[in-house]
Design a protein around this ligand. Structure first.
Ligand SMILES: [Zn+2]
Length: 426
């Protein structure tokens, strides 16, 4: 029975078991307890700006690669992102408020008398975000609270947002459940909220993020899984941006099939707690993007839709716009949580069946248990060895690219059930 660490490693790095057999696991298993605890959200990472669990996985990967190459064997993996994208971005918006409270209206009437007239809903923000993302070619996930149960829950009702939910859905944005404050340990609450939102949009909802980052690591994720969510995106810090579970890839909690897409950057963290200026915030996000790129992981951004109100949050919308323009210039796969999870699960379903080694050849078999688009295989060939261009047997269309000791086999679309054979001979 492979340990949790080994399972997460094989899943994220996407390499065959024979390659992890080369690793001296005992050496790394010493950190298993810490690994489990940080990934489960029980203890948040002490080094927020560094994905420490990815650093550990990288060490294991290096050892696996070194051991294979020592034997003169090429090392293979399923690439982390669609095509040859270097990393992924998950854009999201928590919907906590949709209009100014009476208190805020009065306050603003004093500061900005012009806001008294016009009847604009100042926290609405949906149209601005839709226009912006549409124009720049992005789509994101909006998390809505379906039922108010606690004083910390948003003051709106599902009727207030039903139309916008449907409009968003029509335009290919994703709707997720923003679990109400008390739903973190009450299955019947979360179930009801999912049901309400599903009947509002007329389709299944697969993503959830608990409001207020309110969760219990022993209970919440089990409840979410038994409520048929495919992913959660809650584990994050309240006050600082970065990697709370020390990892920047989708991963599974021990024993669960629910995927976690950790929450890494929130607007409030940058401006309220880290007290960054607009430029400072853009810089901080760029730094985190660079880190994520280094590990070929993904970054989650949560920009509350109310932040598009320039009276209450001056400069926040512009910061988001700048981050999007920065993203546009990068080699990134940006998608809703739903699409990232869908692709990631298809990648998982493409499995290495076996590796066969003879004196002068290596042969891998891969079976695609689900159809998948844009999957690439990356092979690292040991320096000085004389392998020829790989021979690929597959009905799926592919192209091969060789750069120094790296070989990329890129598939456009692999049909479900397809068996692929890759052989390398000297
Ligand atoms: Zn919230």
């Amino acid at each position: 029975m492979p340990s949790y660490l080994r399972k997460v490693f094989e899943n994220i790095v996407g390499s065959p078991v024979e390659q992890s057999d080369e690793v001296n696991w005992q050496k790394f298993e010493r950190r298993l307890k810490e690994f489990r605890s940080v990934l489960s959200g029980k203890t948040l990472s002490q080094t927020p700006k560094r994905p420490i669990m990815n650093e550990l996985l990288k060490q294991i990967e290096r050892e696996s690669l070194r051991m294979c190459q020592k034997k003169g064997l090429p090392w293979i993996q399923k690439w982390y992102c669609p095509g040859e994208k270097k990393f992924m971005v998950f854009l999201s918006h928590d919907v906590d408020e949709i209009e100014w409270s009476w208190r805020r209206k009065l306050l603003m009437a004093v500061k900005h008398p012009s806001t008294l007239t016009g009847g604009r809903k100042h926290y609405w923000g949906f149209d601005e975000i839709m226009d912006l993302e549409k124009e720049m070619g992005f789509r994101s996930t909006f998390f809505f609270v379906a039922k108010k149960r606690h004083k910390r829950d948003p003051p709106y009702s599902i009727e207030d947002v039903a139309d916008i939910c449907n409009e968003l859905r029509k335009g290919s944005w994703e709707i997720g459940v923003h679990g109400s404050y008390l739903s973190y340990n009450r299955k019947e609450f979360l179930e009801e909220e999912k049901r309400i939102l599903q009947s509002t949009v007329g389709e299944d909802i697969i993503g959830v993020r608990q409001h207020f980052v309110n969760f219990d690591p022993d209970i919440t994720f089990k409840i979410q899984e038994s409520t048929d969510f495919a992913y959660d995106s809650t584990i994050g810090f309240n006050e600082i941006s970065g990697f709370a579970p020390g990892i920047c890839h989708p991963y599974r909690f021990a024993g669960l099939s629910l995927l976690e897409l950790p929450l890494m950057v929130m607007d409030g963290q940058l401006f309220w707690h880290e007290k960054l200026s607009r430029e400072g915030a853009v810089q901080e996000v760029s730094k985190l993007l660079a880190t994520v790129e280094e590990y070929n992981g993904f970054l989650t951004l949560d920009w509350h839709q109310r932040s598009f109100d320039e009276y209450s949050f001056p400069g926040w919308a512009e910061t988001y716009t700048e981050v999007l323009s920065h993203l546009k210039s990068m080699n990134v796969f940006s998608a809703t949580g739903e699409r990232i999870v869908d692709w990631w699960k298809r990648r998982e379903a493409a499995q290495f069946e076996r590796r066969l080694i003879t004196k002068d050849s290596v042969d891998w078999r891969i079976v695609a248990n689900s159809a998948i688009e844009d999957l690439s295989l990356r092979i690292l060939v040991p320096g000085g060895s004389k392998y020829r261009t790989p021979d690929v047997q597959s009905k799926a269309r592919y192209s091969i690219e060789e750069r120094n000791s790296e070989i990329w086999i890129k598939f456009d679309a692999i049909p479900e059930g397809e068996r692929i054979a890759v052989s390398m001979t000297k």
